[in-house]
Design a protein around this ligand. Structure first.
Ligand SMILES: N[C@@H](CCC(=O)N[C@@H](CS)C(=O)NCC(=O)O)C(=O)O
Length: 228
């Protein structure tokens, strides 16, 4: 029988998002477990797992900490009813697509809108002023951009944290080799690269190193793209 160490609050409340992931995964697999509530000051209960965080599970002789590691363990040990079904690569790429289109683009746009407008074809300027002006509520794009940049790039860089965590452990978002998920985020980063003299990424960032690898792909196709 699996034992699950789950964070407990007052009156047996169980708010931990990570423990909930594990509970749903266990149910998904049709597995039963013994519940072991752990309060913030009961950490000795999970010392055997060398963890200060929950969830932790004890599954026979196996001890697993971290909700993601637990999901992977359950998938391997109990392959019926997969937690990662049907074309997982496409599902992953769809998620990256939605994330890039919303969070990443929303963070980039204010930082480059002035540069974009400055570099649009003269014939397209009026269209850009009208459409982007409506979106932003102003046509003083230079001031809008300067104001956004005054606040710094921290918010934009924070949106890249999911990619940063993945790229700290593998060379590409898609694994050992680049694929569509990489092309999605890379495309987002080519947007500022082609119009803005300032690089939005810092040198030491793993996302920066990944972008360098992406720029080398296909005989440096993107590296040769016209810059600002
Ligand atoms: N990466 C871990 C995060 C686990 C985590 O942060 N758990 C919180 C509960 S939501 C915890 O154990 N906090 C204990 C503490 O802050 O002392 C996972 O996915 O399992």
């Amino acid at each position: 029988m699996i034992t699950l160490y789950d964070l407990v609050f007052a009156d047996d409340r169980r708010p931990s998002p990570f423990c909930w992931r594990t509970k749903l995964a266990l149910r998904h697999k049709g597995l039963d477990w013994r519940d072991e509530p752990v309060g913030f000051t009961d950490k000795e209960k999970i010392a055997f797992a060398e963890s200060k965080l929950v969830p932790v599970i004890h599954d026979g002789a196996k001890v697993v900490k971290d909700s993601w590691a637990i999901a992977e363990h359950l998938e391997k040990a109990y392959p019926d009813k997969p937690l990662f079904p049907d074309d997982p690569t496409r599902a992953h790429a769809r998620f990256v697509n939605a994330w890039a289109d919303s969070a990443v683009h929303m963070a980039i746009f204010p930082l480059i809108v002035g540069d974009l407008v400055d570099r649009v074809r003269p014939a397209d300027k009026a269209y850009m002023l009208e459409s982007r002006g409506k979106r932003l509520g102003t046509t003083d794009f230079a001031a809008f951009q300067a104001n956004a940049r005054e606040k710094g790039f921290a918010a934009f860089r924070a949106t890249l944290e999911p990619a940063r965590r993945i790229l700290a452990t593998q060379p590409f978002l898609s694994g050992a080799a680049p694929a569509y998920a990489d092309y999605i985020l890379f495309g987002s980063l080519m947007w500022p690269r082609c119009v803005s003299p300032t690089d939005l990424l810092e040198d030491g960032d793993v996302v920066h190193a990944w972008r360098e690898r992406m720029l080398d792909l296909f005989d440096g196709m993107a590296r040769r793209a016209k810059g600002p």
